[in-house]
Structure formats: structure tokens, C-alpha cells
Design a protein around this ligand. Structure first.
Ligand code: NI
Length: 161
């Protein structure tokens, strides 16, 4: 069993990102354009929002780990490869921000009582949008079956490696 708690926590963050990338990879045709209701963001917009929130929080809280901030928060990006790349890059920036500050014993610059809370906040935020994405796919008439989504999402948390 892993005993270094920081490694476990950073590994949990990596799992959280992997789940979103997995979800992106199994979207049905047209899935990026799905929305839960008229006027709600599309799946693509929710994913670019997730990236934007990560990047802006790193910039405001640990600028030494910052990566370029996307121009638009709710961009209707139609290329899943761009979204996947941005998810990976922003996840790495968050990881470095949190790891760096914890190793140095430094608070983040703007928010949170402990650097770890940035990770916890983002995992909560992204789980929230994960549910909205599933709902949007359902509303669009292209739900992801549980036997497809389960191993790529819940299984990433629970399966032993
Ligand atoms: Ni949000």
C-alpha cells in the first residue's frame, strides 16, 4: 500500500482527470454539442469551462505553475483532441501548483486554507459537471450506457491497479 499521502492525493487528481478524458473519448457522435436544456452549456462548453477554471485558479494561486489562460471560458470547441490536450495540460499545471506549494510548506497566494483544498475543490467541481454532461447526453437522446461509462468513470476510482 502506498504510504506517501501526497502521492496518493496527486494520484487521485490524476484519476479525476483521466475520467474526464475517458468520458470525452466515448462521447457519441454529436455529443460535444449536447445540452441538458435550451440555453444550457453544451458538453464542449462544460469541458472548456473545466479547463478554464483550473488554469485561472493556478494563475491566481500559484503563478509559478501557470500555463496560458484560454481566451474564452465557455468555448464551443469542436475538436476533441484540443479539449483532451487542454485537459491534460491544465491537470498537470494544477498538480504542479499543489505539489510545489505543499513541498515548500507555502499557502496558495489568493484562496484556500491549504493547497490541498484546491485539488479537493476541483474534484468536486468536475464531478458536478460530469453529472451535467451525462444529463446533457441523456437529454439529447444519446445516453451513455452504464456498462460503457461505469468502467471508465467509477471504475477508475475503485479498481485496484
Ligand atoms: Ni462550473
Amino acid at each position: 500500500m502506498e504510504t506517501d499521502l501526497l502521492d496518493v492525493l496527486l494520484g487521485a487528481w490524476e484519476r479525476n482527470n483521466r475520467i474526464l478524458v475517458n468520458l470525452l473519448r466515448v462521447l457519441p457522435p454529436g455529443g460535444l454539442e449536447a445540452r441538458a436544456q435550451p440555453g444550457h452549456p453544451t458538453v464542449a462548453q462544460m469541458l472548456t469551462h473545466v479547463v478554464y477554471v483550473r488554469v485561472i485558479l493556478v494563475e491566481e494561486n500559484a503563478p509559478e505553475a501557470a500555463v496560458p489562460v484560454p481566451g474564452e471560458e465557455w468555448e464551443a470547441q469542436s475538436d476533441p483532441e484540443v479539449i483532451a490536450r487542454d485537459l491534460e495540460a491544465s491537470a498537470a499545471a494544477v498538480r504542479e501548483a499543489v505539489r510545489g506549494r505543499i513541498v515548500q510548506g507555502r499557502m496558495l497566494d489568493d484562496r484556500y486554507d491549504h493547497p490541498l483544498l484546491l485539488l479537493q475543490h476541483l474534484i468536486w467541481h468536475e464531478g458536478y459537471h460530469h453529472g451535467q454532461i451525462k444529463l446533457a447526453l441523456q437529454a439529447a437522446g444519446t445516453p451513455l450506457p452504464d456498462d460503457v461509462a461505469g468502467p471508465l468513470t467509477w471504475g477508475v476510482w475503485m479498481r485496484r491497479s
